[in-house]
Each structure stands twice: as C-alpha cells, then as structure tokens.
Design a protein around this ligand. Structure first.
Ligand code: ZN
Length: 400
C-alpha cells in the first residue's frame, strides 16, 4: 500500500479490503466461473457487491455468515465484536439454494453476466420469522409500508454467506457517473494529494438547499476538506432522479464552494431507510473512504414517521466513541430567518416560527412540478433552475 494511505483515518477494523481480481488470475477465474451455478443479484445485491469489493464495507469480505448476521441484527456488532449496524446479506430462492452445497463455489451474476465468484461457506434460513426479527431490530417496524421492510420481505427465503471475489464490474459502475465513482482507495489518495488531514463526509439523497450548504460550510470551518458523497444506489421512486441531483450538486459547487476544499463523489449504496442504524452504517462506510468526521442532521436516512427527529444522532451515544472512530458532527434542523437575515437553527436564533422559512420535501416537489422557482432564502437560483429543468425533462419523457 502507498505511503500516504492512512493519513486521515484507519479503515473500520484496520485494513482496507480489496476483493477485486486482476490480471491473469482474474481471466482464469472468470473462465472457470462460467461453469458454476449462477446466482442472480438484485439491485441491492449489485450495490453491496461493489461496496464489498472496493473496501467501502471493510472489514467485510463477502456476504454475512450467520454468526455475523445474528449478532449484527441483535447487538449491532459482528461476531468479532466490531461495531456493524446493517446486515449485508445475499438472499436466494429456495429452489436455487437447493442446488448449492456449503463449500461450493458459485458465480454472482447481473442478468446472466458473471461478476464475481463466491465461496458459499454457509446456507441459512431467511424465513418470515427471521425477516420480521430483522425488520423489528434494524428498521424498528415490521410494517410493510416501510420501503426497506417491503424489500426485505420480498427477498428469497435462504441466505448465502461467504467471501466474494469480483472479476467484472456491475454495469452501473461503467455507465452511471464513472468519473465520480471513486473507490475508498482512490478517495484516500485524493485526500492525501490535497493535503487534507481531516475530512468531513456528507451523505445525501436530496438536492443541496441553503440549509445543507450552511451545515456543510459550518463543518468545513473546522476541518480541511468536505467530501460531498451523494448516494446513487437504489432509492424510492419519489426521490429526485439521480442525474438531476448530480447536476444540481455540480451547479452549486461551481458557484458557491472553493474547488480545492471540496471533493464530489458518488456512494453506490442502496437506501435502506433504516434511520438510526443506517446513520451508523453511512458513517462507517465514510470512515472507509477516509473521512475523519461525518455529518448527521435531522432524520438521517429516515422515511415517513418511523423515526424521531434526532434518533439517528442519539444512537451514537449507545456505544463508546472509540468503537466507531469517525467523529460525529450533529446538526439541528437549519433554515432561513428573516429577522437574522441568515440561515440559523433553533440553537442560534432567538426568533420564532413566524420569521423562519420552512418548506417540506413535498412542498418543494409540488412547486417544482408546477414549474415554480423556489424562494432564494431556501435554494440557490442556480440549483433551483437545474431542478426545474430536470423535472420538466422527466415529465416530458413520461417518467413522472
Ligand atoms: Zn432569527
């Protein structure tokens, strides 16, 4: 590994995992893989494979075995005691599982195309009872109205655990923002090259409104660099389309951020909407990318009314800070105050709701769909224009 590898922070568990096969070995394995039983990956499986292979989920080297899965669900830890909040599992249908023996090698496929080889160390049940336990513990609800729970219930009834080796990238890696799809090894080098000793990671699946800009820049006053790391894996249908979001990030970075202090990358994870547990997961992944700090705002990774506003911050108090390593920046809900003439929070402004400019996500979406500009106190005009244009194009294409 290169000299400046661990300049910012050690990966979770100490070593950055690399499960990407290269060179002649890769060719040989890929050829052999064609003869193995093929296991199709769903969208989340493809994301998880990419994340494992690149080390974004270090120390995981594959899909979870039962000891890790059980302890993760019940105690938010791996079998070895390391903090880990979200199960990373590979679910298959019973009839496919029946064709696979423990110890056997299989290939993981995207529409028939071989992506990886997995040594199936273990098969274990993913019965409705098992899924409901995961729903209750990880998502804090067993209701199918929750998008993460709905997806969990829809997966196969057997889990395969074992290490993976990637021989070819999922299609999305080559087609969806390849220029922004930096791996953890790459971001660590990029941070080092910029001379950043401390880096704050910002997770988002939404456009950057003024409040987010305020939070990011407040954090950036304290650390050397900002890693803007929007999630581009599978999301809900009513989230703003990814390519529109990326264009809006590029617009605001160009006009309002110092280029040498910000890096934009995409995070290829699927959204679980698991709120507090997912906040920990997002923080651990960003630690692997080399971030020393991580921003958690209000209702991080939440959906509907399933989680309290600051649950995703409070969960970090349940274990010693050393267990996660990355430093948390907790931010309150921020908004524009007409009297202060600035973005504030209830922590910094003595005025009240009458002076504060609030817009809900639903209100923003409705305004955009009506073709209305968002207020300048809420969103930079450069961003609003990109969003308006994006929504219009999608409507014309019949997507919304
Ligand atoms: Zn005020």
């Amino acid at each position: 590994m290169s000299e400046s590898y661990y300049d910012t922070i050690s990966p979770h568990g100490g070593v950055l995992v690399d499960r990407v096969m290269r060179g002649e070995v890769r060719e040989a394995v890929r050829e052999r893989a064609e003869q193995m039983v093929k296991v199709p990956l769903d969208q989340m499986g493809l994301s998880d494979l990419e994340l494992v292979a690149t080390g974004a989920l270090s120390p995981l080297t594959g899909f979870m075995r039962k000891v890790d899965y059980d302890r993760c669900v019940e105690e938010m830890r791996l079998a070895n005691g390391l903090l880990w909040s979200i199960p990373i599992t590979l679910a298959v249908e019973q009839d496919l599982a029946d064709r696979i023996k423990e110890g056997q090698e299989v290939t993981l496929c995207e529409e028939g195309r071989v992506l990886a080889v997995m040594e199936v160390a273990e098969k274990y049940p993913n019965s409705q009872e098992v899924k409901e336990r995961e729903a209750r513990e990880v998502y804090r609800t067993t209701e199918e109205d929750h998008p993460g729970v709905a997806r969990l219930y829809g997966r196969g009834e057997v889990l395969l655990g074992g290490d993976v080796w990637l021989v070819d990238w999922p299609t999305a890696v080559k087609t969806e923002f390849p220029e922004l799809r930096h791996t953890p090894a790459e971001t660590r080098r990029m941070f080092a090259r910029r001379g950043w000793r401390s880096v704050v990671g910002f997770q988002t699946r939404n456009p950057i409104h003024r409040a987010h800009e305020y939070i990011q820049k407040t954090a950036l006053e304290i650390v050397d660099g900002l890693f803007l790391h929007p999630l581009v894996g599978e999301t809900k249908e009513d989230d703003i389309p990814t390519e529109v979001r990326i264009a809006s990030y590029q617009a605001i970075l160009r006009d309002y951020y110092p280029a040498e202090r910000v890096l934009l990358g995409v995070f290829p994870a699927a959204m679980r909407y698991a709120g507090p547990r997912e906040a920990i997961f997002h923080a651990i992944a960003r630690k692997n990318y080399g971030c020393t700090h991580f921003i958690v705002g209000r209702d991080h990774a939440g959906v509907g009314k399933y989680y309290g506003t600051y649950d995703a911050q409070n969960i970090f108090d349940e274990f010693p800070p050393g267990d996660i390593g990355i430093v948390l920046f907790r931010f309150e809900h921020a908004f524009f105050c007409k009297k202060c003439g600035a973005i504030v929070s209830a922590k910094t402004c003595p005025h009240g709701k009458d002076d504060w400019v609030f817009l809900s996500g639903t209100q923003v979406r409705e305004m955009l769909e009506r073709g209305e500009m968002l207020p300048e106190e809420f969103t930079r005009p450069e961003v609003a224009r990109v969003l308006l244009e994006g929504v219009r194009r999608h409507r014309e294409a019949g997507d919304v």
